[in-house]
Each structure stands twice: as structure tokens, then as C-alpha cells.
Design a binder for this molecule. Structure first.
Ligand SMILES: C[S@@+](CC[C@H](N)C(=O)[O-])C[C@H]1O[C@@H](n2cnc3c(N)ncnc32)[C@H](O)[C@@H]1O
Length: 370
């Protein structure tokens, strides 16, 4: 039975682990960097289609002790790559090497690429080409403490590229980071939710899809495994069936989800994205400073703009903090790249989780406003 590995954005491993368990995957283990699980091959397909939080789904092709370049080459040649790759297809090999005699990731990737290419050439007389951008087959090697693990990447393009975000505003969140934030915020998928600074609508769209059990991968045209040489007519049929089952399993549950921004243009982008994503949200052009706390308590999840401009805008932050302190009974989760926000809110968060958004170190600040 294949062993899979769902890679995670740093510090979202626990959220991903919970998600995979809830989705019914087996032998799911919490692990730094990503979550291993097991199942039939089709479970790897299902993970690509159903996980909101995983970055990629990899399948383990082999594990070997490796202390020099020859051992690495031999270990890589033993794996039956020609089941997946022909000379007519393209390949890329990436590597992370830590704590091993072979220290240079680039060199390790090159030797593994040589082994794979030689294997294909021995069988077919021709070698596959390398394509670093959009290969048919992606191989990933993790070399740690002189032990190499060889993976095939089932996802192809990373899974956060759902296909619904044709355009975006400034600094959009990765879709899988947004999904992880929603889970970490403690939102129960029923309480009315608002993102008052929604930008391209990522948090609100992910929330609506999650509540409706709409599998995020259904809007993706194609995954990496569909380009492999072994992906035949029968598999195509099974995948079509799986897609149909997942579509039918969507509950259509629609809690109230409100997306606001004070930039009309970006709000139009969010509206268009939500249409492509197949979810209904309620939009309004409004400043967060006009947010009212009347009506039932809601969950607020947002990521304000940050960077030099906002972090020095103490007056705005002070007002925003006052608005948030008035939201009695609300749960509030803010992804912030600025420590000034925490100071402006003035009450201690119930939780603070370090996250990386793009290349920016942030904190997810979670409040229960009493
Ligand atoms: C970092 S972006 C949000 C990105 C969003 N999460 C996404 O994935 O696209 C911050 C957003 O806050 C909006 N914004 C700035 N000041 C605001 C205010 N006073 N009220 C409401 N929205 C505001 C900006 O227009 C911008 O779209």
C-alpha cells in the first residue's frame, strides 16, 4: 500500500493532520513539515482533491541509506521510474539535503536526474527532457542524515492553485494558508463569518467552500498524476467517478459569510472569484472602521494590509483596535505582519501562532472578545 506525504506550510501541520483525519485518511501521523498517511493509490488522488491545507501530495517511491554519490545513483536507478515516465515526457528533480555527507541539494538532484534519465534511455534509446516549470513528472528527494527518500509529486502545480482566483488584489493569501487560518481560528463552519478586509476574497471563499463541503480540487483542471505514463483509460474513469462522488457529497450548507473591503475595484475581483469558486457571499464596500457589533456574535477572520505604510499608521490601528474591542462575544482571528496591531488591540490574544505568509513572518492572533 503506498505511503503518502502531504506537505504543509510551516506551523500548519497540526491543522493539516486534523483535516486529513477528519477526511478519513488512514495512518495519519503528526510530523514536522508534512503529514504522512497510507492508503490505496486512489487515496492519493482523493487527498489532492479534498485537502484544503496541504501544499502538495507526494508518494514515497523508495528509501535508502546513501552516503556517497554512487550509492545515491544506484538507489535512484532501482526505482521503476519508467512506469511513470517515458522519453517523450518531461521531468524535473528537486532536492532538500540536510545533515548528510552529500550536502549540496543541487548536486543530489542532478545525480538523481542522471539515474532516472539513464534508466529511461536504457529502455527506450532516448532520454526525457528536463522542464523545471511545468514537467509531466516531478521527483522530489529528501536527504536527511544520510537517508534518501524519493518521492513522486502527485499534485503537479501546488494545491493552493485552486483555479478560482483569476485576479487578485495586493498581497493575496495562499488559498491553503487561508484554509489553515480558518481551521486554527476555531470557526465552527456555522457561525456567521466576516472578513472586513477581504481583498480578493480568499478567506471568505475558502470558508464558504469548507462549510459546504465543496472539495477544493474540483475546480482544478488537472493534477500531476494525470500526466504520468501509467494513467490509463480505467484510471481516468475511476477519477471521473471520484470527482462525481465528491461533487455529490457537497452539502450546500451556507452560513452567512460577509466579505467587505474599502476598495471597490478589489471587491469586484473578489465577486468574480467567488462566482468561479461556486460560492455565494455577501459583499459590501465598507471600511473596517464602520464595522458594527449589532446582531448575533460572529467570527471575524482577516488579514489587514501590512508593511511600512500601515505599521506606522498608529491612528488607524488605534481606531481599528477600538472597533475590535467592541465586538463583544465575537471570535476574532487576525493574521498580522506587524506587532503594532497586537499593541493596538490592547487585550491579550487567547492564542498566537507564528506563520509565514509569502516571505513575511506573521502572527495569527486569536481573540475571544468578552
Ligand atoms: C492584505 S490585503 C487582504 C488580502 C486578502 N486576504 C486576499 O487573500 O486577497 C488587505 C486588504 O485590506 C483592505 N483595506 C485597507 N484598509 C481598509 C479599511 N480601512 N477597511 C476595509 N478594508 C481595508 C485593502 O483594500 C486590501 O484589499
Amino acid at each position: 500500500m503506498p505511503e503518502f506525504y502531504a506537505s504543509a506550510i510551516q506551523n500548519t501541520e497540526s491543522a493539516l493532520c486534523d483535516e486529513l483525519r477528519e477526511l478519513g485518511f488512514r495512518s495519519v501521523r503528526l510530523n514536522r513539515g508534512g503529514i504522512p498517511f497510507r492508503g490505496e493509490w486512489s487515496e492519493g488522488w482523493r487527498a489532492c482533491l479534498e485537502s484544503r491545507i496541504a501544499q502538495r501530495i507526494l508518494v514515497v517511491m523508495g528509501r535508502n541509506p546513501v552516503s556517497d554519490a554512487d550509492q545515491l545513483y544506484e538507489a535512484a536507478r532501482e526505482i521503476p521510474w519508467t512506469d511513470y515516465l517515458t522519453s517523450q515526457q518531461t521531468l524535473s528533480v528537486n532536492c532538500v539535503a540536510v545533515g548528510s555527507a552529500l550536502r549540496h541539494s543541487g548536486f543530489v538532484a542532478l545525480r538523481v536526474k542522471d539515474a532516472i534519465v539513464d534508466q529511461v534511455r536504457d529502455l527506450e534509446g532516448e532520454r526525457p527532457s528536463i522542464d523545471r516549470e511545468d514537467p509531466d513528472v516531478r521527483v522530489f528527494v529528501y536527504l536527511a542524515n544520510n537517508k534518501a527518500t524519493f518521492y513522486l509529486d502527485m499534485s503537479g502545480q501546488p494545491l493552493h492553485l485552486r483555479g478560482y482566483r483569476e485576479k487578485s488584489g495586493d498581497a493575496p493569501l495562499r488559498e491553503n494558508l487561508a484554509a489553515a487560518i480558518l481551521r486554527m481560528s476555531g470557526w465552527d463552519q456555522k457561525t456567521p463569518l466576516i472578513d472586513p478586509m477581504c481583498g480578493s476574497g480568499t478567506l471568505a471563499i475558502e470558508a464558504a467552500q469548507w462549510a459546504a463541503r465543496l472539495a477544493p480540487g474540483l475546480s482544478r483542471d488537472r493534477f500531476g498524476f494525470e500526466r504520468w505514463n501509467n494513467f490509463d483509460e480505467d484510471m481516468m474513469q475511476s477519477l471521473r467517478q471520484l470527482r462525481g462522488e465528491l461533487r455529490a457529497a457537497a452539502t450546500g450548507q451556507k452560513p452567512s459569510i460577509v466579505a467587505r473591503d474599502n476598495d471597490g475595484e478589489v471587491l469586484d475581483i473578489a465577486k468574480a472569484n467567488s462566482r468561479i469558486a461556486g460560492v455565494q457571499l455577501s459583499f459590501k464596500n465598507q471600511s473596517i472602521l464602520d464595522l458594527q457589533s449589532d446582531g448575533p456574535a460572529r467570527t471575524l477572520v482577516t488579514n489587514p494590509p501590512y508593511g511600512k505604510r500601515l505599521s506606522s499608521d498608529d491612528e488607524f490601528l488605534g481606531k481599528m483596535g477600538a472597533v475590535i474591542r467592541r465586538l463583544h462575544g465575537w471570535r476574532v482571528a487576525i493574521l498580522s505582519g506587524s506587532s503594532n496591531i497586537e499593541r493596538a488591540i490592547k487585550i491579550p490574544p487567547v492564542n498566537s501562532i507564528p506563520l509565514v505568509n509569502g516571505d513575511l513572518d506573521c502572527q495569527l492572533l486569536i481573540y475571544q472578545i468578552d
